[in-house]
Design a protein around this ligand. Structure first.
Ligand code: ADP
Ligand code: MG
Length: 225
C-alpha cells in the first residue's frame, strides 16, 4: 500500500522550458517541481499564457525540457530521443484535448481502433477492444455513427474511449470541457472521476474553470511559468 502511494507516475524537478533564442526568448516554464502518484487526479489552473499547455506537452512526452529533470515511471524523459519519446507516449500516455481531434467522417468504433493499429494489435482483436471502450463511456448505441453526427459531449466520449483503449498509465487532458456547455461538461467530468476511481487511472487535467477543477482531488496553480 505504502509503496504504491510513494512511487510517482510523474516526477518533475526544477523543470524549465524556453522557446526561441537570444533576444526573442520566452521562458514558458520556470523551475517547476511536482509529483503525481499513481491513481491521483490533479487539475492545473492558471491564467492564459502561464505555461499550462507547455507543462502538459512536457509531461505528455510531446516535447523535451530545456532544463531540469522529468521522470515518467522512473524513465528520465530528457535523455530520450524522438523515437524513445514516441514509444513511451504510445505505450503509456493518452491525451484528450478541447478540440476532440477525431476523424469526422470515420465511425466511432474505427476512431477508437486507430491507436490499436499503431500499437500493433491484431485486426481480429481490435474491434472487440474498441467496442468495450465505447461501452465504458456509455456509447454502445453509437458505434457506427461518425463524429459529424454526434453532439460535442458524445464526441468527447469517443475521444476518451480512444484514449483508454491502450490502457494508459497517465491521461493528460488539456481543457477537456472547453468546448462544452455546463451540463455536458459535468457529464464528462463525472466520467473522468469514475475512470479515476474505478480503474485508478492517473489524470492530469488543465482547466481555467474553478467549477471543473473542483472535480479533481488536487489543484496546482500556475502563475508566469
Ligand atoms: P497556457 O496554456 O497557460 O495558456 P502556454 O504554455 O501555451 O500557456 O504558453 C506559455 C508561454 O509560452 C506564452 O507566453 C506563450 O506565448 C509561449 N509559447 C507557448 N508555446 C510556444 C511555442 N511553441 N513557441 C514560442 N512560444 C510559445
Ligand atoms: Mg493552454
Amino acid at each position: 500500500m505504502q509503496s504504491s502511494i510513494h512511487s510517482p507516475v510523474v516526477r518533475v524537478e526544477h523543470l524549465s522550458k524556453v522557446y526561441g533564442s537570444a533576444e526573442a526568448m520566452i521562458r514558458a516554464l520556470d523551475d517547476v517541481s511536482f509529483e503525481i502518484g499513481k491513481g491521483e487526479f490533479v487539475a492545473v489552473m492558471g491564467p492564459s499564457g502561464s505555461g499550462k499547455s507547455t507543462c502538459m506537452n512536457l509531461v505528455g512526452c510531446l516535447d523535451r525540457p530545456s532544463a531540469g529533470s522529468y521522470r515518467f515511471a522512473d524513465v528520465e524523459v530528457g535523455k530520450l530521443d524522438g523515437d524513445g519519446l514516441a514509444l513511451l507516449r504510445r505505450q503509456f500516455i493518452a491525451f484528450v484535448f478541447q478540440s476532440f481531434n477525431l476523424l469526422a467522417r470515420t465511425s466511432a468504433v474505427e476512431n477508437v481502433e486507430l491507436p490499436l493499429v499503431y500499437m500493433g494489435v491484431k485486426r481480429s482483436m481490435r474491434r472487440d477492444i474498441a467496442i468495450g471502450a465505447l461501452q465504458s463511456v456509455g456509447l454502445e448505441h453509437r458505434l457506427r455513427n461518425t463524429p459529424a453526427e454526434m453532439s460535442g459531449g458524445e464526441q468527447q466520449r469517443v475521444a476518451i474511449a480512444r484514449a483508454l483503449v491502450g490502457n494508459p498509465l497517465l491521461l493528460v487532458a488539456d481543457e477537456p470541457t472547453g468546448n462544452l456547455d455546463t451540463k455536458r461538461s459535468n457529464e464528462i467530468m463525472d466520467l473522468l472521476c469514475a475512470l479515476n476511481e474505478e480503474r485508478k487511472l492517473t489524470i492530469l487535467m488543465v482547466t481555467h474553470e474553478p467549477d471543473i477543477a473542483r472535480f479533481a482531488k488536487r489543484v496546482m496553480l500556475f502563475v508566469d511559468g
